[in-house]
Design a protein around this ligand. Structure first.
Ligand code: BGC
Length: 651
């Protein structure tokens, strides 16, 4: 069907949702589009379950990104979309690809990374996986919604180069998977609401990024429906009885022509057709397997003095309420009401370590150490070979609409860690959080630290498998853990409520710490394993459009395991300010102990380019570039140089 087969009234009805999560079916003339949140699992709000009916909760985006394995993103996307199909949902409101500019942002757990290439690569595959089932994906929030504080009012003020290189880049990469929809953000960008911003929605999204799908609003983000239509916004969510009148009046006054209406309606009709075909969904067993293996791959071993993996036969004290009730997901619209009651960590460990004596003590309740339980925990730690303390944030302090006040863990939990370590220095601390946390109060004293992230309802199974050594950890951080909040560029600064100027420009995340030579607690791309990897034999093969970076990785440790290799481009004499290095490619490979694998990462010219505001496009300036291959952004193992011809005139 095309727009010209509909009356003006019908067309206007399609431009505004007919309910909180569905569009109008025009009395049966067209299909109704049912949408639901995303992105950590299906959150379908129903009258009986206004907070979402029970559903599988998958690892959140930051855990997927910590796997550095795009096929994990793809399979999680496919599994969630299979849940959507079962429930009659045509389009999922995810993935979220906003850049983690500040670790306090309450929605960081919903986003992939501080790095646009990693975020975009994960989003691309997530979208691919979702759309393989015929369900549409919605890449959100376009764009620069990087904090929750005053998110509906405060303008993100950003220069064009930074927009193109950092904030729009994950969306640009996700476009390779042709997402059916993009959701605009709440915030204004450079003074104009994203929902009404033609520079964002037309010049960047449609023209530069080549997006041909449907733009939907964030929920309640439209301020003037006519201006939003003119800027390129297709569907306003949720329903808004005033909007059809606003549109009609704007047409009558000549402020918009019917051509705008028809263009949007045709895109919406295309979406209705595209999402009606149901392709193969995964079995329920397969979805569970995907959730579990994604959770395992996304876990990051931050420290280990050798206490991990736990030995079968060791006396183990499992401590902390979260060992029984893990934080499987953050809060807000991404919160999935999990259909699965987590199994207690101590019970799962008992299955994996049958000769071990394992005790459990609660120790704290939320943020508060329990006077009695705390004593039990100390006694248990004292009497054991190893203590495992599970701590972290929750769906109330990491949530949509709120930013965290500090990077510290709830203070009561820090006290528990401290007193357990005093009883037994052989203490493993497990952190469940959606973004980086300040671990300085206790990290040096802990024997080992595992960062699980919000790993979905299989969190405890995956964690037990890592602790017991059944899984060799292979995740690496998709965001930097700074030493303290003061070391971040933004610190406590959050704008004045009207505008927030992104003064750091392109120096976001590790780009900033590297540029200023700042020490960090755990660098971007960092994560340990139970085995060891050595890198050797770098070769660089350049042709006109590609630099092939090849190198060998040898598993020199005692266990089979997977390694993530990160390839950075180093900038030397650039005509514009650039970070010392930027992630340009990566690969993850499983290597048996004693074996060597050769990996090749191909870097196209875009990997070397900056966005030239003079030419209005990405451009490479001629000269020498460094190629650095690392096990993390601060653990560079191999280095080489390439000479590239420029494609613009610079000095
Ligand atoms: C969030 C979106 C979400 C929408 C619908 C908004 O508050 O920002 O990410 O998809 O609600 O629940």
């Amino acid at each position: 069907m095309r727009a010209d087969e509909l009356t003006l009234e019908e067309k206007l009805a399609l431009l505004v949702a007919a309910g909180k999560f569905h569009t109008d079916d025009l009395g049966g003339k067209v299909r109704r589009l049912n949408v639901a949140d995303g992105p950590s699992g299906l959150r379908k709000e129903t009258p009986e379950h206004p907070e979402g009916s029970p559903s599988r909760c998958y690892p959140s985006a930051h855990v997927i990104a910590n796997s550095w394995n795009p096929s994990v993103a793809e399979s999680v996307g496919r599994a969630i979309a299979s849940d959507c199909r079962d429930e009659g949902v045509d389009m999922i409101l995810g993935p979220g690809v906003n850049i983690k500019r500040n670790p306090l942002c309450g929605r960081n757990f919903e986003y992939f990374s501080e790095d646009p290439l990693l975020a975009g690569s994960m989003a691309e595959k997530y979208v691919d996986g979702v759309q393989k089932t015929g369900v549409g994906a919605t890449v959100k929030h376009f764009m620069a919604n990087n904090r929750e504080w005053e998110r509906c009012a405060q303008s993100s003020e950003i220069d064009e180069r930074t927009i193109m290189e950092i904030y729009a880049r994950p969306f640009a990469i996700a476009m390779r998977a042709h997402p059916k929809a993009v959701m605009c953000s709440y915030n204004p960008v450079n003074g104009v609401y994203a929902s009404e911003n033609p520079y964002l929605l037309k010049d960047i999204l449609r023209k530069k990024l080549g997006f041909g799908g449907v733009v939907v609003s964030d929920w309640g983000a439209v301020h003037n429906r006519a201006r939003a239509l003119k800027a390129g916004l297709d569907i306003e969510f949720p329903d808004n009885p005033a909007s059809a009148g606003v549109l009609r009046q704007a047409i009558e006054r000549g402020e918009i022509t019917e051509k705008y209406v028809d263009d949007s309606v045709n895109r919406i009709l295309g979406l209705l057709e595209d999402t009606c075909e149901s392709a193969a969904v995964l079995t329920v067993e397969k979805r569970e397997q995907i959730s579990l293996s994604a959770a395992k791959e996304g876990m990051v071993l931050l420290k280990n003095n050798g206490v991990l993996p736990l030995e079968d036969g060791a006396k183990i004290a499992v401590i902390g309420e979260m060992a029984k009730n893990p934080t499987v997901c953050g809060g807000g619209s991404a919160h999935v009401h999990s259909s699965l009651q987590s199994r207690p960590l101590d019970e799962i460990l008992k299955g994996l370590l049958p000769s071990s004596e394992i005790t459990y003590s609660q120790a704290y309740l939320g943020c508060v150490p329990m006077s009695l339980g705390h004593g039990d925990a100390r006694r248990a730690a004292f009497a054991s070979d190893v203590a495992v303390v599970v701590v972290g944030n929750n769906m109330y302090n990491e949530t949509e609409s709120l930013d965290r006040e500090s990077l510290a863990l709830p203070s009561g939990q820090e006290k528990v860690i401290d007193s357990v370590i005093r009883e037994n220095p052989n203490t493993v601390v497990v952190v469940e959080a959606g973004s980086s946390v300040d671990v300085s109060a206790w990290a040096d004293k802990a024997a080992a630290i595992v960062y699980t992230g919000y790993a979905g309802d299989m969190l405890n199974e995956a964690l037990a498998s890592v602790l017991a050594g059944e899984t060799v950890p292979s995740g690496k951080l998709s965001e930097t853990f700074p030493l303290s909040l003061e070391d971040t560029f933004t610190g406590h600064e959050r704008g004045n409520g009207f505008s927030d100027r992104y003064r750091e420009g392109v120096l976001v995340g590790y780009r900033y710490y590297d540029a200023y030579g700042l020490p960090v607690r755990y660098p971007f791309g960092y994560g340990l394993s139970y085995t060891k990897f050595e890198y050797s034999d770098l070769t660089l093969n350049c042709d006109k459009d590609n630099v092939a970076v090849s190198f060998s990785i040898t598993n020199t440790g005692e266990r089979d395991g997977a390694e993530i290799a990160e390839v950075y481009v180093e900038h030397f004499h650039s005509p514009v300010e650039r970070p010392p290095k930027e992630l340009a490619g990566f690969g993850k490979v499983f290597i048996r102990k004693g074996k060597t694998v050769r990996m090749t990462v191909n870097l196209g010219r875009k990997a070397f380019a900056f966005y030239s505001t003079v030419y209005g496009r990405f451009a490479v300036s001629g000269g020498t570039y460094g190629i650095a291959v690392g096990a993390s952004s601060r653990d560079i193992r191999l280095q080489g140089r390439v000479e590239l011809e420029g494609d613009i005139n610079t000095f």
